[in-house]
Design a protein around this ligand. Structure first.
Ligand SMILES: *[C@@H]1O[C@H](CO)[C@@H](O)[C@H](O)[C@H]1NC(C)=O
Ligand SMILES: *[C@@H]1O[C@H](CO)[C@@H](O)[C@H](O)[C@H]1NC(C)=O
Ligand SMILES: *[C@@H]1O[C@H](CO)[C@@H](O)[C@H](O)[C@H]1NC(C)=O
Ligand SMILES: *[C@@H]1O[C@H](CO)[C@@H](O)[C@H](O)[C@H]1NC(C)=O
Length: 458
């Protein structure tokens, strides 16, 4: 009868013995910890979840543990939480706190124990330890923007042709945040899609196999921007394409960074600011109202009051007039025109610089690190959205599948994303619809500049 009990105490004794014997075999010095130190944090007042297991019971790291009736402080409470030296404890803390302690069960995550009602964040989801009924984690079930499984599959299985990574800026955010706040181009309306592409006369076979606007026109192509958590790609890509074309067509006379915020704040009719916009409306705004430069109205990644109204004077808005004397006011463009196919797009870029493209963005694109992107079947049935970007060049790469043609495209997620802010994407097959709605404009560059450089421009 007494067997069971003595067996238990024997096991308990042995385990304490084993536990203690890993340190100098003098006393319970091992009990000193680390406990609160492992937990990483001490708590004010009474917080019953501010505890950590110790020899089958719990000890606490909150102020309440030095209560008059009971001392259930962790052995390192005094040293770690209060910075006070106390002699080595010689006993296991007496746990007599509350009735709920008996019911308190723990959850674990990455080998760390947490107590009931503890909250942790696992990627983009918050988890609560225990509900009413059980002692497991109850987590939100959002799809996260960074998905470890997608990264792993893409990097381990070579046929994809591109690599994926975990961006700390995206980690912890939901896919819905990514689609809702990192893109920002409303799909073209039906009547806009009926816009006829321009016809150009050229020899498609004479186009180079590699082309990069940055090499062709050094210093005249816009830098990579970061739109932040604001769905403004419609404004950023429009301002950047207009800037590039001003700089290139004017041969550097009018090198300017046009203001995306000007569009975000002032092109409000039928547009949704940081929740997306239509490209045809953006271009028509630039055509009729023109844009000021970035210094005049810097990008804020949020909606701000329009300070540079069409009729207002730049000096009244605190802005300098454009440096090129003949330009008295804002930078305007011709109506936007559409480019119909792969070679038309290429020809247009060689003639006057980067063009604007709309693309469909799938979940996996956010994790693109490098290589030639094509969307995978790993995220087909998830949320998708439209984005606008700047095609600046193209090339080909020789892979085990043969020749792979690609576009070189500027994104607006900062220079740390992708290949220094750019990505390459499969060319010639309308991957992610990137070839289906490509736009360009002609800047209103002064005739004098134009004539001075006529030979070089044509
Ligand atoms: C712990 O509580 C006792 C009784 O309230 C008090 O005398 C003692 O100073 C406290 N110890 C510390 C280090 O605060
Ligand atoms: C906790 O989760 C484990 C594994 O998922 C499961 O076997 C167990 O039944 C769960 N416990 C409760 C109380 O829900
Ligand atoms: C991604 O990076 C964050 C730190 O920025 C890290 O905490 C997380 O575990 C990483 N996730 C994956 C799936 O690699
Ligand atoms: C694109 O259209 C032009 C005519 O506008 C044609 O000459 C060219 O061959 C076409 N290119 C492709 C890749 O179909």
């Amino acid at each position: 009868m007494g067997w069971d009990r003595s067996l238990y105490s024997c096991i308990a004794f042995i385990s304490v013995f084993i536990f203690a014997s890993s340190a100098p075999f003098d006393d319970f010095s091992d009990l000193r910890g680390p406990y609160c130190e492992n937990r990483g944090r001490c708590c004010n007042g009474r917080q019953d979840t501010c505890a950590i297991p110790i020899l089958g019971t719990l000890c606490y790291c909150d102020d309440f543990c030095n209560n008059t009736r009971v001392d259930d402080c962790c052995p390192d409470y005094w040293s770690f939480c209060r910075g006070i030296y106390v002699p080595i404890p010689t006993r296991i803390p007496t746990t007599s706190r509350a009735p709920e302690i008996e019911e308190m069960k723990s959850c674990t995550y990455n080998g760390v124990n947490y107590f009931q009602k503890a909250r942790i964040k696992v990627n983009c989801n918050e988890c609560l330890c225990g509900g009413e009924l059980n002692s497991n984690w109850t987590c939100e079930t959002n799809k996260c923007l960074i998905d470890g499984n997608i990264i792993k599959t893409i990097n381990e299985e070579s046929p994809y042709g591109w690599t994926a990574t975990n961006y700390s800026e995206f980690y912890g955010r939901t896919l819905a945040d990514g689609i809702g706040l990192r893109l920002g181009t409303l799909p073209p309306q039906r009547f806009v899609l009926r816009m006829n592409p321009v016809r150009r006369i050229y020899d498609p076979n004479a186009l180079p196999r590699f082309f990069d606007s940055e090499e062709k026109w050094p210093g005249l192509v816009s830098d990579i921007q970061d739109q932040g958590w604001c769905a403004s790609s419609w404004a950023i890509s429009t301002a950047a394409v207009a800037s590039d074309r001003y700089a290139i067509v004017s041969k550097g006379y009018e090198k300017v960074q046009l203001s995306a915020q000007n569009l975000l704040s002032c092109n409000t009719k039928g547009q949704q600011n940081c929740e997306g916009g239509h490209l045809d409306r953006a271009w028509s705004f630039v055509r009729y109202n023109g844009l000021v430069d970035e210094d005049c109205f810097p990008y804020a990644a949020k909606f701000e009051k329009c300070l540079v109204k069409r009729k207002g004077r730049l000096l009244d808005a605190g802005c300098q007039p454009p440096p090129y004397k003949e330009r008295k006011n804002r930078y305007t463009v011709t109506p936007a025109y559409r480019l119909g196919n792969e070679t038309d797009i290429m020809y247009e870029i060689t003639r006057s610089g980067p063009v604007q493209a709309t693309m469909k963005v799938y979940h996996d694109f956010f994790m693109y690190r490098g290589g030639i992107y094509r969307h995978t079947d790993l995220s087909m049935n998830e949320l998708q959205g439209y984005h606008s970007v700047r095609i600046i060049g193209w090339g080909e790469e020789y892979t085990f599948n043969g020749v792979q043609k690609y576009w070189k495209v500027a994104n607006s997620w900062g220079p740390n994303w992708g290949e220094n802010g750019y990505f390459r994407i499969v060319r010639g097959v309308d991957e992610c619809e990137i070839e289906s709605f490509v736009l360009a404009v002609w800047p209103h560059v002064d005739r004098k500049i134009f004539l001075t450089n006529a030979n070089e421009i044509i």
